[in-house]
Structures are given as C-alpha cells and as structure tokens.
Design a protein around this ligand. Structure first.
Ligand code: PLP
Length: 482
C-alpha cells in the first residue's frame, strides 16, 4: 500500500509507505496523504468479521493500509490500544469489552458510543492508537519527536492522554489562558507526566494557533528540535476511525447487504471522511448525514456546491465548540475523490482557498456526481441543541452532549423508514455541564474517574502571546534533557 498526496503527481518517487507518513502532517507539496486506492472488502469478509472482537476487527481493517509494520507487531499495538480498561469508563464489563457498542434509543435509531476513552470524547478512539504507533515507529528509527499544538479543548487533551509517558515523545500544548471550562483545564493541566508541557497563552485560541504556525514556519527551529504535530489531517487518525464504522455496521445488521445510515457531528471533516472511506471500501453505508452547528460551511457545500471557508472573525462561538470550525482541514481529501483523484484540479481549487477565497462546483459534472457519494447534510442551532437534549432525555431517559445533539437533530430530519440510523456520539455530556444544566435544569452524571478532577494539582506555564518565549521554553526543556 502506497500513499499519494492530493496535490502531487503520481510519480513512483513521490509515493510513500505508512510509517513514512505517520509522523508527517502535510505532504511537502502542501497536500494531504491518501492511499493510492481503497482496498475492497467483500460480503464474505464482513460476515466473517461479525464474530471478531474490536481489536481483531481493527487489525483486519488496518493491515490493509499498513503493510510496513509486521502484522505481529501491529496486532500487539492494536491489542494494547483497544482494551476495556482504556475504554471502560465505569461501563459494565460486557459493554466495555464491546468498546463501541450501539445504544438503541428506539428501533432503527441508535447512538454509537465512541466517548468512553480517557478524555470522554471520540478523539480518543484514534489518538490512543496513534500514541502507540508513534512510540513504536520512533523506537525503530531511534528518534525522538516534540509534538507542538494548540487546542481549545478536546484535541489537546486527547493527544496528551495518548502520549503521556511515551518514550521518545514530548508534548508542548498551547491553550488560551482562562478560556476553557474548569473541567477541560483540569483534564489537561493535572497530568503529572514529565513529558507533557501545558502552556497557557494570555490570548484567544487563534493567538495560540498563530504562535504554533509561526514556530513551524521557522524551518531551522523545527528541524533542530524535531517538531511534529498530531492534528486532524494525520492519516493514521482517519484509518483508526474506519474501524468503528465497520463495528457499528455489524452491530446494527444481521446480514452484510443491509444499508445503514450514519449521522456525524462534523467540524474538520475527519470523522465523516472515515465513513466515506469505509463506504468506498464496500461497507453498505446507505447515507452519510453530515451535521454542522451554526458554523455551516460544510452544510453549505453539500447543499449548493459552494465551498466558502470563513475567517476567524466570522466563526461563531457555540455550545458545541469542537465544531466551531470554518475551514475543514480534511475536506480536501474528499474533494480529491470527488474530482476523480485529479491532483491538478485540487491544486487549482485550493490555490483559491489558500488565498482566502472560495470555489463553486455547482453546474460542474463533479456536483452532478455528488449524490453517488451518499452525503446529505443539515445544520443545528443553539435552540435545536437545547430542544434535542431535552427531548432525548424525556423520551429515552438518555442525556447526550451538545455535539451529539447536533448530529441527532439532523439525523431525525434525514431519517428514512427502511434504513437504520446510527448517530455517532462524539463526547459525553459530563464535558459540557453548563449546557446540560441549561437544557435540563440539572447536571449530567460524572464518570467516577473524573470525579473531583478540578481539585487535583495543576501544572501549567502561563505566557504572553510571544512565539519567541514559547521557542525559548521548548529549547530549554529539550536541551535540558539532552
Ligand atoms: C472533534 C470533534 C468533532 C468534530 O469532528 P471532525 O472530525 O473534526 O469533523 C465533533 N464533536 C466533538 C465532541 C469533537 O471533539
């Protein structure tokens, strides 16, 4: 299996293997990596996979994309990752062993439980595997890496919990000082591991993000301190996310030809892109239902063919903050498939996007072909979120988080009578207590492991919006250890 860039030529020299792209973010030409072709899965294989554990299924799916790690080693990494200890979160042992069971709200409408990893959001599903893959690959190459990132919440904590204590890895995570919830702060800043460095910047998330960009643009610094990233464009994260689409499909069907719909609360288009890949591999996904909040760039595209990223100033702050994204970093991968994998077309479209513009595919053959890709979309607002949280609790006795509520709201609009609808649960309500209290008048239950987390000692370095100060801090930590 070789990987190509969405913007590159398909010359043999530019093709790479999985472990070569594992530690890379962007391809050198500015594009994103994708497998040269999607491996196909047959009905017979799907039937056989029905009896598999989550780890066995993960191995069966991932070996098709990773052929430069010996299968025995990959098996060990996957078995270490997908255990009921890592994803248990106080659920009863049988449910925990399922890793991502479906919780049926009523016949034909279910939630896929993806948020029982260490940080209570679906990002743990992929990030935990990434942590083990990083450690493995770095040990093989006898290298080390310093992960630098900015977070407004979920991604940063999922990365820290995946990389804490891993050999060869340090994490420098910037966050906006005083702007995350007390729970999110406690989750990140209370980690005691000495390879984790939290930096709170006296500014907004965008300021933190700009510092990270500025430091990555200093090529000399980046090379000297071996900086890397774990953002949502990392292909390994998409690959790991494929597994739960297969798992949930098999849980929701008896035979391997029944179509199932998936509804996905979306921001950077990483989660739902994995659904698209699973469908291209042959999983009978009847529909991919894309849900956005008020930041509806993606909904606009699927309705009109216009992709018009917004700037930071035009991005709304909502109560489903992990979807407050106005430029979907994985979207380029989907459009690459939509335009028949033509890198010249992508270079052309993204030269406009990278210059702050937009593009319009309406009236082109690409837009006419869109229905074949199975996507439908919709958006959800603050009022919709609150109403959906309330209604779900009243009808089913189940509390869902604001992101999952966006997904469920749009799922109900797009539901077909003859096709089961599975909504991906992307976080637990305990992470967003304020909104739950607003909707229901009382807070959700907290998982035992998170009880009293705000009372733990915290370690965080508070700094001004100053890239040089952050560089000096990184240099000190790395030099000190050398
Ligand atoms: C990251 C995240 C999303 C959005 O997922 P994408 O892969 O960026 O589309 C939705 N909900 C929650 C809770 C998240 O953390």
């Amino acid at each position: 299996m070789f990987y190509v860039s969405t913007r590159g030529d398909a010359q043999a020299s530019s093709k790479k293997k999985f472990t070569e792209i594992l530690l890379d973010g962007l391809a050198p030409d500015g594009g994103l990596y994708l497998p040269e072709s999607y491996p196909k899965v047959t009905r017979g294989e799907l039937d056989r996979w029905r009896g598999y554990s989550y780890a066995e299924l993960a191995l069966a799916v991932l070996v098709r994309f990773i052929d430069d790690i010996p299968p025995g080693d990959l098996r060990a990494l996957v078995e270490k990752t997908y255990t009921r200890e890592v994803y248990g979160n106080g659920r009863d042992p049988a449910r925990a062993a399922e890793i991502t069971p479906v919780r049926w709200l009523e016949p034909g409408l279910g939630l896929v439980e993806l948020s029982n990893g260490p940080t209570l959001a679906f990002k743990d599903m992929a990030m935990q595997l990434l942590g083990h893959l990083f450690e493995y690959a770095l040990a093989k190459q006898n290298e080390e890496i310093n992960i630098l990132g900015a977070t407004s919440g979920d991604t940063g904590s999922a990365a820290e919990y995946a990389l804490r204590g891993k050999r060869g890895v340090r994490v420098f995570m910037l966050s906006p000082h005083g702007r995350m919830s007390a729970f999110q702060r406690a989750q990140m800043y209370s980690l005691p591991d000495d390879n984790i460095f939290n930096i709170a910047v006296r500014g907004a998330f965008d300021d933190a993000q700009d510092i990270v960009k500025a430091i990555f643009n200093d090529r000399g610094f980046k090379a000297r301190y071996r900086l890397g990233a774990v953002n949502s464009i990392n292909w390994a994260r998409v690959a790991a996310q494929l597994v739960y689409y297969f798992r949930a499909y098999l849980a929701a069907t008896r035979s391997s030809d029944e179509p199932v719909a998936f509804a996905v609360p979306s921001g950077n288009f990483g989660n739902i892109f994995a659904g698209h890949v699973a469908r291209r591999m042959g999983l009978p996904i009847g529909r991919l239902v894309l849900a956005t909040n008020e930041n509806d760039v993606l909904d606009e595209f699927f309705r009109t063919g216009v992709y018009r990223p917004r700037g930071a100033a035009d991005t709304f702050t909502t109560s489903s903050p992990s979807m407050d994204i106005s430029k979907a970093s994985n979207f380029e991968r989907f459009v690459f498939d939509l335009v028949g994998r033509d890198p010249a077309a992508i270079r052309n479209l993204w030269s406009g996007i990278d210059a702050g513009g937009s593009f319009d595919l309406s009236g082109t053959p690409y837009f006419s072909a869109l229905p074949e890709f199975g996507f439908v979309s919709g958006r959800s607002t603050q009022a919709d979120r609150l109403a959906t949280i309330r209604r779900t609790f009243e009808r089913y006795g189940v509390i869902i988080d604001p992101h999952t509520a966006d997904g469920l709201k749009v799922a109900l609009e797009q539901r077909a009578a003859d096709m089961p609808m599975l909504v991906l649960e992307t976080a637990l309500p305990a992470k967003f207590e304020d909104t739950i209290v607003e909707a229901l008048g009382h807070p959700p239950e907290r998982p035992a492991a998170a009880a009293g987390i705000e009372g733990l000692p915290q370690r965080v370095e508070v700094m001004d919006v100053d890239a040089d100060a952050v560089k000096r801090f990184i240099a000190r930590q790395v030099e000190g250890a050398r």
